[in-house]
Design a protein around this ligand. Structure first.
Ligand code: 5RP
Length: 351
């Protein structure tokens, strides 16, 4: 692999563990002013120091991201359809490589729509984008989009999409978490990053992150479950603690609750009664057995250290009494399966 390509991937997936926290804020490219992302600068500014990379469009980079803060940019370069248009799968490449380089992007991201009307177009566009990006050492993240058909999110479909993306030369693939997610990861020869999807209760979003990492994901590219939370900073820090500090679900939820007390709530600086985060969970997820530690990702060996210091949580200090010490060598239990609640129609499309 070329040095530049390796170096850029290493800025997104950290070399010490091959993992990364990507903050997704590109939703406006087809959803317009998404709830809690109406003013992107306000959403991004308090969170950017807790992510390893930012997934964003060129319009939002230029208007709403501080160029003096060295966060690696994963630049969305595909688009062309909106949530009220005829077919979300009808996307083209809308941003040139030249502009991506001008922006100093660390990677390019585009959606593919396997099984959709414009499948052929999106796959050929992916092949062409990889051809061109490779010339400049720019990695490509393929986003396995499902359009409005969220029910497509099962291991059979997602394995198919992820594998096709990798076969076309994508250097990283973004997809959804699903039951039997190990199958999706093991049949995809490049790192798999998990999208958060529509907003769910915080504990469920943390479970999704935890289960994804245990199943071998290289990280998350999470948006709404961070910035649509009333507790965006505690959420991103908790997600980070799973990905980079190997917190288990109980440890991380304890951490999250503790952090919630330190940060003012959402936009209005007020706390709900009791100072506790939203603990609503679907009926079938009320009691979750305690999981084991996530296993370290088998994904690529990265060569370079992080370009900026990242806040690291200290799991030992948060450990509940009586819990086993953390160890990478513990035998792994089967990951918990995560049931996805049905999203609101307006939030239907996620990629
Ligand atoms: C939007 C995207 C998003 O980046 C992706 O869906 C991740 O965000 P979220 O966690 O909100 O689903 O590709 O088109």
């Amino acid at each position: 692999m070329d040095w530049g390509l390796k170096n850029r991937i290493a800025s997104i997936l950290k070399p010490n563990n091959g993992r990364g926290v990507m903050l997704a804020v590109d939703h406006g490219y087809f959803l317009g002013p998404t709830e809690k992302l109406e003013v992107p600068k306000k959403t991004i500014a308090p969170l950017v120091k807790y992510c390893d990379s930012l997934m964003v469009t060129r319009g939002v980079v230029r208007t709403s991201v501080d160029p003096n803060f060295p966060v690696p940019i994963v630049l969305r370069v595909s688009g062309g359809s909106s949530i009220i248009g005829e077919d979300l799968s009808n996307e083209e490449i809308t941003t040139s490589i030249k502009d991506a380089i001008r922006i100093n992007a660390s990677a390019l991201a585009m959606s593919i729509f396997v099984g959709a009307k414009y499948e052929h177009n999106s796959l050929v566009n992916l092949g062409n984008l990889v051809n061109e990006a490779q010339e400049y050492g720019l990695p490509v993240l393929a986003v396995t989009a499902v359009g409005k058909e969220l029910e497509k999110r099962d291991a059979r479909y997602l394995s198919l999409s992820c594998r096709i993306a990798a076969e076309f030369g994508a250097h990283m693939v973004k997809t959804y978490y699903c039951e039997n997610f190990e199958k999706v990861v093991s049949s995809c020869p490049v790192p798999v990053i998990v999208a958060g999807g529509p907003k769910i209760p915080e504990r469920d979003a943390l479970a999704l992150t935890y289960n994804s990492i245990r199943a071998g994901a290289a990280g998350v590219d999470m948006g709404r479950n961070i910035w649509q939370s009333q507790y965006p900073i505690p959420m991103i820090r908790a997600v980070r603690a799973i990905i980079h500090s190997n917190y288990d679900l109980n440890q991380v939820y304890d951490l999250f609750q503790k952090l919630c007390k330190e940060y003012p709530i959402g936009n209005n600086n007020q706390r709900p009664s009791g100072n506790t985060p939203n603990q609503n969970r679907p009926q079938n997820q009320q009691s979750q057995p305690r999981p084991n530690q996530p296993k370290p990702s088998q994904k690529p060996n990265q060569q370079r250290p992080s370009q900026k210091p990242q806040p690291q949580e200290q799991p030992q200090k948060q450990k509940p009494q009586g819990q086993k010490p953390q160890s990478q060598k513990q035998p792994q239990k089967k990951p918990q399966q995560q049931k996805q609640p049905q999203p609101a129609a307006a939030q239907a499309k996620t990629q």
